[in-house]
Design a protein around this ligand. Structure first.
Ligand code: NAP
Ligand code: GCO
Length: 265
């Protein structure tokens, strides 16, 4: 096997919401494997912060201000990326939010916002890059799914509905565009220590770990939270030609949570 199959030299990789967190870790790894890195965020200050952070790693990233739910703005951004950098070869739909509210207390507006960003956004982004990938002879789309693509829990109804839908959108893009040498797969991270999960790991007033933190440790065979860096290798694999015959698959990177009944209390 040619081990260069895992390289991304000369590829244009667009990672949404990648100023920090999981997106930043994935984009940095792709940059270290030779890809040209492009990312977007909603806030100008985040673009500046992201470009500086990539530069510290020796990566000249291209940052664009764009909300993934705004289709005209997304179409404009993709056209600009094609002019500035080149056709997008790899799209990572990473941008996402969560609102933790008991369902019967959740407003329809809040539910809609989570669905809009976590499910409609990936649709809008994929729809914008697929024509260029078809013209170029192929491409890679990686959707960042979740444990909640498979499991539910209290207070995350909108997020689970969105991430469950994202799993099926992944399978459908794979089904509809595989014939154009476009592979669409998902990554399902377990519980990862990022700003999104910080409230679940807060040290309690008595100095003890958050009850949810302790719960996740008991549910994870690896007995630890994941780090964003744990997702880098799986993402590089799915972005590379080493995975050209992998399509419509959700790769769970969860330390074993989905396989495990949980440690006896
Ligand atoms: P995060 O720290 O909250 O980062 C999310 C990123 O997305 C931020 O840069 C955010 O920018 C951006 N974003 C949000 N809405 C956007 C929009 N409409 N348009 C463009 N950018 C937008 O989250 P994370 O923990 O890194 O998670 C990244 C992805 O992994 C998400 O899809 C999340 O659901 C998924 N995930 C996370 C975990 C975990 O345990 N952390 C596990 C499984 C899956 P702003 O600052 O502007 O909001
Ligand atoms: C939650 C967490 C999870 C993680 C992740 C797990 O409140 O349960 O935020 O949803 O973010 O999606 O895979």
């Amino acid at each position: 096997m040619d081990m260069n199959a895992f390289r991304l030299d000369g590829k244009v990789a667009l990672v949404t919401g990648a100023s920090y967190g999981i997106g930043f870790a994935i984009a940095s790894a792709m940059g270290q494997m030779g890809a040209k890195i492009v990312f977007n965020d909603r806030k100008p200050e985040l673009i500046e912060k992201g470009v500086a952070a990539y530069k510290e790693l020796g990566i000249e990233a291209h940052g664009y201000i764009c909300d993934v739910t705004d289709e005209p703005a997304v179409q404009e951004m993709i056209a600009k990326i094609e002019q500035d950098v080149g056709t997008v070869d790899i799209l990572v739909n990473n941008a996402g939010i969560i609102k933790r509210i008991p369902m019967v207390e959740m407003s329809a507006a809040d539910f809609r916002q989570v669905i809009d960003i976590d499910l409609n956004g990936p649709f809008i982004m994929a729809k914008a890059v697929i024509p260029g990938m078809m013209k170029k002879g192929g491409g890679k789309i990686i959707n960042i799914c979740s444990m909640m693509s498979e499991l539910g829990r209290e207070t995350v109804s909108a997020y689970a509905a969105a991430k469950g839908g994202l799993k099926m959108l992944t399978k459908n893009i794979a089904s509809e565009y595989g014939q154009y040498n476009i592979q669409c797969n998902g990554i399902g991270p377990g519980y990862i220590a990022t700003p999104q999960t910080a409230p679940l790991r807060e040290i309690q007033p008595d100095g003890s770990r958050h009850p949810f933190d302790q719960f996740i440790l008991a549910k994870t065979p690896a007995n630890r939270w994941g780090e964003a860096a744990d997702l880098a290798g799986p993402a590089v694999f799915l972005a590379s030609s080493a995975s050209d015959f992998v399509n419509g698959h959700i790769l769970y990177v969860d330390g074993g949570i989905l396989a495990y009944i949980g440690k006896q209390p």
